[in-house]
Write a protein that binds this ligand. Sequence first.
Ligand SMILES: Nc1nc2c(c(=O)[nH]1)N[C@H]1C(S)=C(S)[C@@H](COP(=O)(O)O)O[C@H]1N2
Ligand SMILES: [Mo]
Length: 336
Amino acid sequence: MLLKKPDSIRSYEITPEQVYRDRRKFMQGIGALAVSALSSSSGVAWAQGVDAQVAIEYPGPGWMQPLISNRLRNDAYQADEALTPYALVTGHNNFYEFGMGKGDPKRYAQNLRTEPWTLEVSGEVEKPGRYQLEDLLKPAHLEDRVYRLRCVEAWSMVIPWLGVPLADLIRRFEPNSRAKYVEFTTLHDPQQMPGQKARFSSIDWPYKEGLRIDEAMHPLTLMAVGVYGQALPPQNGAPLRLVVPWKYGFKSIKSIVSMRFVEEMPASSWNLSAPQEYGFYANVNPSVNHPRWSQATERRLPSPLFNPNIIDTQPFNGYAEEVASLYTGMDLRQWY
Ligand SMILES: Nc1nc2c(c(=O)[nH]1)N[C@H]1C(S)=C(S)[C@@H](COP(=O)(O)O)O[C@H]1N2
Ligand SMILES: [Mo]
């Protein structure tokens, strides 16, 4: 997937030709949105480019606008695959805090208060504290990055995120040598998140996830604040969510309020709820099946019921060249 060396360019420095190429790719994805809205059961129509535009539905807070307009385009992270239409990226979600149906997050998350937003940083760092999202992002550079997202349920999408490399944030907190892992926690607010009130839930709230520090510092690991060139909608984990493209989607924790740097491997929600099914590492791996289904293939959305779009799943979701070396010497069957 790395076509060129990472080479960041400011949006305003892009040549007209690049803009055109970019725009065409973008429009192919967006066109799919317009078409699929009309005929979502057609497997052919969605691939045709239609010059439509994504409405700015989620402008985000005022302070985010200049950051969005000055964002960098990183040529290293553009996919040669059609983008998943905006309507699907923001309408087919897993965010159990708002219900278990794929349409529940969009239906029930719209009133989530995301401004102001505080990130609490604690544990093995020189600069712990309660950081305002605005203060964290202003010195950073937002980037557009197109990544595949592979859910453990065997469906996948191609998503143009907007975010900052997690490593850039972490360096500012100055982790010490005991910081071997990072634990992330989602907002816990049952008033706003009805799923957290459910009496019988597979998850012990709040949702937690974790990464090894070298995974967290890897250049592919992104903290997203937007998608399709605008702010993240609440259903996608506004205002701050992790994106780890070589791992199953459940590692990409949403609406993060805390990062804790620790010495021991932290607990993670899905691992706690079903340890035989969901490991801590959760690297996408077509040769290690889920106990209840195969992981060898995936449904690349949109995937119409009567004309399913089934493709082979790639080791590390196609990012093996970049990340396989993080796991040398590890038995990936044992460390699933
Ligand atoms: N807090 C929280 N984060 C979460 C989830 C969740 O239920 N709660 N679901 C995960 C799963 S299973 C997936 S596949 C991705 C989906 O992200 P998307 O809805 O933006 O596509 O979010 C992940 N992050
Ligand atoms: Mo998922």
